[in-house]
Design a binder for this molecule. Sequence first.
Ligand SMILES: [Zn+2]
Ligand SMILES: [Zn+2]
Length: 206
Amino acid sequence: MKITYHRFLFFTSETNQMAKLQLVCSCGTVRGTTADMNAKTGTRIMCCCNDCQSFAQFLKQENIVLDDYGATEIFQIPVSYVKITTGNEHIACVRLSQKGMYRWYAKCCNTPIGNTMKAGIPFIGLIHTFVDKASIDDAELSENLGYLQTKFSKKIVPLDQQASQFGVMSKIVFNLIHWKIKGLQKPSAFFHDNGKPILEPKVLKG
Ligand SMILES: [Zn+2]
Ligand SMILES: [Zn+2]
């Protein structure tokens, strides 16, 4: 009886802490949802890198994407956790260079969606602009680890808000291996099963 009781407690606490994120572009045309997430799912960071800033500039959305430090809030989760439910035809993609990341956005209103590598790499860096803020509170997501790539920040980020580059990279590598073993690269809302992207991205510079 004792074991059953403990199992029951474990089960209820797990389910209480899990929630889906609701995804929506700023005009409401492209919508989606994530799989159930909890505090252990993925990595949540503030990325100051110049490529993330360039993407926001390309979309003319710096004001809504970047914070005062020039950082983009990103949730790195398995790509198969993202389901687009409506507005697929409004999804577009750019790469800043030939080998750059695939940067997905909703072309109806230029809302950044997220960044992926090529097909088969099981992650997406979901950008906060595509996440319904109310659902973030519900999801009890993992805490934000802080600012990365701070050499690109627009002003100096206080030390206590900077993430450990090594700590975050280790977590990302561990997640990538773990998610690959679990097959979380498929299905992908952004790549066909044959590895081709759902549309040919525009490459901004050779
Ligand atoms: Zn839109
Ligand atoms: Zn970045």
